[in-house]
Design a protein around this ligand. Structure first.
Ligand SMILES: [Zn+2]
Ligand SMILES: [Zn+2]
Length: 252
């Protein structure tokens, strides 16, 4: 019984989640601009997190405006990795709202960290798994040639994972998530899976990996590639999201 009580405290509830893709190279809703890159606004009860910023500041801010999202409402920024198509709009965003904490992988270029400080925002270096806000977690910096962090949100349906480019490998990221949350379902994975140049065989193995890890819903976009989206669509059926800029996913 004591062990059960302990488990209950470590899993203090969950949070409803609303994800809005605000920057992506896949079109979805008319009136929004598409360009290579990824950014997503993550809304939970009290918090609005911007995950990545996309590349071109003008496009990013125009899309936010069209979607009715005020930059001033954003509490926190999480940058997956330093590539321009994920961080390029940061300076433009911080001009609109410098009152944010910006979480970056520890290995981030010093130049970007200095620019964050100069803009008046607060950079925080991420090394390992951490809870950034209630039920919003970074999986920590996952190394490799291009180190990257991904977000995890504990929703009533299970864990939702948001990836930037998945440079360390999408299955490596999901295995990390599973090791952190061994007893909770991986409900949703959204973002770049970095499979643009993958063969059908490789994509098929990735899908098998998703199924083996029990991933219930998949929303590949950005650098996932058209073939990946097609194959996930076939494998996941109604549990596949054809997501692009302007796409909204609600989990409650
Ligand atoms: Zn990248
Ligand atoms: Zn990218």
């Amino acid at each position: 019984m004591a062990e059960q009580a302990h488990q209950d405290t470590t899993r203090a509830g969950s949070t409803d989640l609303r994800l809005t893709v605000v920057y992506d190279n896949n079109p979805m809703k008319p009136g929004l601009q598409t360009a290579w890159g990824f950014a997503c606004v993550v809304e939970t009860g009290k918090t609005k997190v911007l995950f990545d910023t996309g590349g071109e500041g003008k496009i990013f801010l125009a899309n936010l405006q069209t979607l009715g999202i005020d930059p001033a409402e954003i509490d926190r920024v999480v940058l997956s990795h330093f590539h321009y198509d994920h961080t390029g709009s940061l300076a433009e965003f911080l001009k609109k709202n410098p009152r944010v904490t910006v979480y970056v992988p520890k290995s981030f270029p010093e130049k970007i960290i200095e620019d964050i400080k100069t803009a008046g925002a607060t950079p925080v270096a991420v090394t390992s798994f951490a809870e950034l806000q209630p039920n919003i977690f970074t999986l920590g910096e996952i190394g490799g040639a291009i180190p990257e962090q991904s977000l995890a949100i504990r929703t009533p349906k299970g864990i939702a994972i948001i990836t930037g480019c998945a440079h360390p490998g999408i299955l490596t990221i999901l295995q990390r998530a599973k090791s952190i949350f061994p007893d909770e379902p991986l409900y949703l994975v959204i973002g770049g899976f970095h499979l643009v140049n993958a063969t059908k065989k490789q994509i098929s193995e990735i899908i098998d990996g998703f199924k083996a890890l029990g991933v219930q819903k998949a929303a590949p976009c950005h650098c996932s590639g058209d073939e990946t989206r097609k194959m996930f669509s076939e494998a996941y059926g109604n549990d596949f999201y054809e997501i692009g800029v302007g796409g909204i996913i609600e989990v409650r």
